[in-house]
Design a protein around this ligand. Structure first.
Ligand code: BG6
Length: 453
């Protein structure tokens, strides 16, 4: 990193939470170890309670981004040196005054510049913190705010949340995190589409039959019962991650690949999606979920599959399928573009494997070697692990943190994009909220079975 850059301070609200332990602290460890953050970056973890840094780090699997999970003692020492605990009650004004004082001291003594406030908390906790940060002057030009999804729970609450945050911070200070945008294959979507004109020419309804974006997870809800039971699969993954991946897959390619143009293009695409039809939306809950959330009456879906249509002439008639679920047979995220063959029948498939085993593959039909004229389906396969140098992979949360530090908003979601996605999903949310029917069940480790006819 550039030594001239002033060292930032990253303040994490919710440092003892699940996200921080699973994603942020391992990402920070790895970034510091690899020297990918500016020199002397400080990390302040806030909590209502006194925290001992060594206890906190001891409770985290820090080295999951290392080969074989083996930690580098030098990297751990750097993280320990950078990380400070700060006791803060989210509704106690004097604590914000003390935080501001501490940040001012860091700026004066150690030349610390930008302040990045990371809300590693559910959105329901944002309001009191954001209001107080702003009241205490921590929304000035040096400040950026990072928000975790879901940005609201429906169209109305999303609009309220956006208004609240935009009242205190300007849009260019607001970073709405969608860590799927920071995954390597997701970033490759635009590059791939721009620089392979053979596909550019085919990227329209005349040649594409369907686009299927799936994020399957093997794990259940783990220890996030409270959050998940209020959220469900539609809000947790479809509204954010899958809609964003969809936009990158099908939106018009911007003339220039800068943050502003990428956001405009994504917004334009998302705004032309037709409101989703509840008749083409399926939901299910895995057996054992109710006990896991201690709520025998829970109607929360742990699996959702929806079909969407796009209003632009280019995409009319293309079946867009978004599907996600927990407790499924395996974890994978992939985007399948199904091309049409003769007489419009589905034929070749182009697959972007987002995770695991990142790569891109294409079905090809070829003649089998031999005397007979037999055809066989084969796979033209690019696997990142074999094509690129090992160790170059940057985890999505590392990328989120680096981009926030260097003030690059390209891989975050804009307010307009967020609103467009809620608008599309609102008919399903309304139907599912008012109608208890249609929630299927499935066994852990299997897919629910629907009649989609
Ligand atoms: C989060 C969801 O945004 O993404 C979680 O809230 C989900 O429910 C997680 O498990 C999946 O992320 P990844 O990077 O492990 O695929």
């Amino acid at each position: 990193m550039d030594d001239q850059q002033k060292s930032p301070v990253i303040v994490i609200f919710g440092i003892t939470g699940d996200l921080s332990k699973r994603k942020l602290l391992p990402a920070l460890y790895h970034l510091l170890k690899e020297d990918l953050l500016p020199h002397d970056t400080k990390i302040i973890g806030t909590s209502r309670h006194d925290i001992v840094i060594d206890d906190l780090l001891g409770s985290v699997e820090l080295c999951v981004l290392e080969k074989d999970n083996v930690c580098d003692p030098g990297g751990i020492a750097r993280l320990r040196a950078a990380l400070q605990a700060f006791k803060l009650d989210p509704i106690e004004d004097s604590d914000y005054e003390a935080l501001k004082h501490h940040l001012d001291e860091l700026s004066a003594e150690n030349n610390h510049g930008d302040r990045i406030f990371y809300m590693s908390l559910p959105p329901s906790a944002y309001a009191p913190i954001i209001e107080r940060l702003s009241q205490h002057g921590m929304n000035d030009g040096r400040s950026r705010i990072l928000l975790e999804k879901p940005f609201g729970y429906n169209e109305t609450s999303a609009a309220e949340l956006i208004e609240l945050v935009n009242h205190h911070y300007k849009e260019d200070q607001i970073y709405r995190i969608d860590h799927y945008l920071a995954k390597e294959t997701a970033q490759n979507l635009l590059t791939f589409r721009m620089h392979n004109p053979i596909f550019t020419a085919l990227w329209a309804r005349d040649h594409i039959d369907s686009v299927h974006i799936e994020a399957a997870e093997e794990l259940g809800i783990e220890n996030r019962a409270n959050f998940y039971d209020k959220t469900g699969a539609l809000r947790d993954l479809i509204q954010s991650h899958l809609m964003q991946l969809l936009a990158l897959t099908l939106m018009d390619i911007p003339t220039r690949l800068n943050s502003h143009e990428i956001h405009l293009s994504k917004q334009y695409f998302l705004e032309q999606l037709m409101p989703a039809s509840p008749h083409k939306a399926y939901r299910a809950q895995y057996n054992g979920y109710k006990a896991a959330v201690s709520n025998e009456l829970s109607r929360t879906e742990t699996y959702a599959k929806i079909h969407l249509e796009h209003g632009a002439e280019r995409w009319q008639g293309v079946d867009i399928i978004l599907e996600t679920g927990k407790a499924l047979p395996e974890k994978h995220t992939r985007i399948t573009v199904q091309f049409k063959g003769h007489h419009g029948q589905p034929h070749n498939k182009l697959v972007f494997q987002v995770q695991p085993d990142e790569g891109i593959s294409l079905d090809l039909f070829v003649k089998q070697p031999g005397l007979e004229n037999k055809m066989e389906k084969t796979l033209l396969d690019l696997t990142y692990d074999t094509a690129f140098e090992a160790g170059k992979h940057i985890d999505a949360y590392e990328r989120v943190l680096v981009d926030a530090v260097r003030a690059d908003q390209a891989l975050f979601a804009s307010a307009n994009e967020v609103m467009a996605t809620w608008r599309v999903l609102q008919p399903i949310i309304d139907a599912w909220d008012t109608n208890g029917d249609g929630l299927m069940s499935y066994e852990v480790g299997s897919y629910p079975l629907f009649d989609e006819s």
